[in-house]
Design a protein around this ligand. Structure first.
Ligand code: SF4
Length: 85
């Protein structure tokens, strides 16, 4: 069956799906958020920083509810960040 190879890959554990503009993995599992030009590191007064997706910037909160994970599989809005080494 065509999907057998992909069935062997454990799905990523994404708990806050609303932090992403589209479901993680809806593009291609070969790419991760950390390779996308839309990932942002947002500083906080406490000194901590959080990773967010700038596509849903209007929905950002100051809590971790809209934090994304760098290792999340890319969503369908993925755009390769060519400036990242
Ligand atoms: S792949 Fe890019 S656009 Fe999609 S959630 Fe991750 S950082 Fe945002």
């Amino acid at each position: 069956m065509n999907g057998e190879l992909f069935d062997l890959v454990a799905p990523a554990k994404i708990t806050n799906v609303h932090a992403y503009p589209a479901p993680p993995g809806s593009a291609c599992n070969a790419f991760k958020c950390k390779q996308c030009k839309h990932i942002c590191r947002v500083g906080h007064d406490s000194g901590k920083s959080h990773l967010k997706c700038d596509i849903i910037k209007q929905r950002w909160t100051t809590s971790c509810a809209t934090d994304i994970q760098a290792k999340s599989p890319a969503c369908r809005f993925f755009e390769m960040d060519l400036n990242r080494g």
